[in-house]
Design a protein around this ligand. Structure first.
Ligand SMILES: Nc1nc2c(c(=O)[nH]1)N[C@H]1C(S)=C(S)[C@@H](COP(=O)(O)O)O[C@H]1N2
Ligand SMILES: [Mo]
Length: 350
């Protein structure tokens, strides 16, 4: 992993580990923590469900496991700051980590459907959003505020949204949210709250720091503040190249170009195009393992290049016929979120 910060721990999956396959091994999966990993005894852990509900609940891990059907979903998590390094190269972003392409990964998550828990609690009239709160206080926010966020009730009722206790067939490791985390496929990673302790049905979206101040897209000249900019939720179509790497020197012969593409939201990756002539012509990459509607697609293609320097450009397309923006500079924003510009890799062929 590439470590950006040791306390709190923040590290991204290396390009080499991403390139090993479409499923990301747990020990290489990126970690994004805003505070220290809380110590939670799974026997004492309770999940409180309250707010605009017909019945308040307090559920132990055993109750969760026994009262509801276990489900598994393969889903890609992607941090809103994935690929921020590309934006920082244009103009500095103080106080934020220079995440490369590895603030994303795909795992098999198992647990119960949030929808089943919500059915038991019953949504009271006026409930429109489901808020989640973790056990970890974060230094960035007002003293004592824990990490949290919300999603619309309509999304919360979809079967793919999990309260997960396992990742890739093993209990969740502490850094990934043990004993139970939320997994919201298609949404920015920040809505997949780790170390979940509280679910609150609300009339309005979460007003805590991590949704009302942070994880919002500001205009280039904007300043962060409560309610400033637009809240990020659904992930935007993105892709990156895993091989060859920028600056690599290759010998003449066929060159395999590989990478990932993630559509986000409820869209899927429809096509990935690769250009080796500055975007004048494009060829289509082969889409690899289809892991279902909530996962990225790895892709690959082979190109032939004459000796000299070349720039490889990639553009993914999604099922809404949208493609990635051409220009990284045009995506710059003060917090460095949503860099989904077409990736470009410069290589030398000798
Ligand atoms: N409680 C809590 N949940 C959290 C966070 C956090 O700091 N605290 N970070 C969020 C962010 S920004 C992301 S991208 C994902 C990362 O999940 P991972 O560390 O398991 O990869 O967790 C989210 N859930
Ligand atoms: Mo994130």
């Amino acid at each position: 992993m590439v470590v950006h910060e040791s306390e709190p721990f923040n590290a991204e999956t290396s390009v080499a580990a991403l390139g090993e396959g479409s499923m990301t091994p747990t020990d290489a999966f990126y970690v994004r923590d805003h505070g220290p990993v809380p110590e939670i005894d799974p026997h004492d852990w309770r999940l409180r469900v309250h707010g605009l509900v017909e019945r308040e609940l307090s559920l132990s891990l055993t109750a969760l496991r026994e009262a509801f059907r276990e489900r598994e979903v393969i889903a890609t998590l992607q941090c809103a700051g994935n690929r921020r390094a590309g934006l920082m190269a244009i103009h500095d972003i103080p106080g934020e980590s220079p995440w490369g392409p590895g603030a994303t990964g795909t795992a098999a998550w198992s647990g119960v459907a949030l929808a089943d828990v919500l059915d038991l609690a019953g949504a009271a009239p006026g409930a429109g959003h489901v808020g989640f709160e973790g056990a970890d206080p974060a230094a960035e926010a007002t003293a004592g505020e824990r990490f949290g966020g919300s999603i619309p009730l309509d999304k919360a009722r979809r079967p793919e949204v999990l309260l997960a206790w396992a990742m890739n067939g093993h209990p969740l490791p502490p850094v990934h949210g043990a004993p139970v985390r939320v997994v919201v496929p298609g949404y920015i990673g920040a809505r997949s709250i780790k170390w979940l302790e509280r679910i609150e049905l609300r009339a309005q979206p979460w007003t805590g720091y991590f949704q009302h101040v942070a994880y919002r897209l500001l205009p280039p000249e904007g300043e962060a503040g409560p309610g400033a900019g637009m809240p990020l939720g659904l992930v935007a179509l993105n892709s990156d190249v895993l091989a060859p790497v920028d600056g690599q020197v290759l010998t003449t012969g066929p060159v395999q170009v590989r990478g990932y593409a993630f559509a986000g939201g409820e869209r899927y990756v429809a096509r990935v195009d690769v250009s080796v002539d500055g975007g004048a012509t494009w060829s289509q990459a082969e889409l690899l393992d289809d892991l279902g509607p909530w996962a990225w697609r790895h892709w690959r293609t082979t190109v032939h290049l004459a000796p000299g320097s070349h720039e490889i450009i990639v553009r993914a397309w999604d099922s809404s016929a949208a493609t990635q923006p051409d220009d990284e500079a045009g995506m710059w924003n003060p917090k460095g979120y949503v860099n989904n510009a077409r990736p470009r890799v410069r290589i030398q062929v000798v």
